[in-house]
Design a protein around this ligand. Structure first.
Ligand code: HEM
Length: 126
């Protein structure tokens, strides 16, 4: 029987997630609504995001092994996340996917999957 590929493998594994994170954070930092809530030194966030997205899309559980239980909504509570910021975050992600050449239907499927946590993290009214 043929084994099903994980989403992680389908999009290209570690190289793709590295490139995605590298394309994503400059957009976040440059975004007028997102940039101000992120730290100036973005490198540790990039590394954690790389590890988290890897495991979120079915790759090795790097985040859990290195940082601990994801508890991502709780980890976002110190930051005021509005509906608009969730939209903006997803917009930067979509642009980063386009930049690295990730095309539909994979791009759309990945975004659909990310919408769930993004809107779940909203913790502040507009
Ligand atoms: C909804 C809009 C979002 C906003 C505005 C946002 C914002 C932030 C901020 C401000 C940080 C902390 C940076 C610091 O350490 O000072 C952070 C960390 C992080 N975010 Fe988000 N985020 C959003 C959505 C997401 C989504 C959808 C995911 C993954 C599916 C995600 C994954 C992470 C990870 C893995 C970290 C690092 C956590 C750690 O410290 O271990 N974020 N985010």
């Amino acid at each position: 029987m043929r084994e099903e590929k994980t989403f992680y493998e389908l999009v290209g594994g570690a190289d793709t997630f590295r490139s995605l994170v590298q394309a994503f954070y400059p957009k976040v930092q440059a975004h007028p609504n997102l940039g101000p809530i992120f730290p100036e030194d973005i490198t540790p966030v990039m590394e954690k995001q790389y590890m988290f997205l890897t495991q979120f899309f079915g790759g090795p559980p790097l985040y859990s092994e290195t940082v601990g239980p994801p508890m991502m909504r709780a980890r976002h509570l110190p930051f005021p996340i509005t509906q608009q910021r969730a939209h903006d975050w997803l917009g930067c992600m979509s642009a980063a996917m386009e930049e690295i050449g990730l095309s539909d239907p994979l791009r759309e499927a990945m975004l659909e999957r990310l919408k769930i946590p993004a809107f779940h993290f909203v913790n502040t009214p507009e």
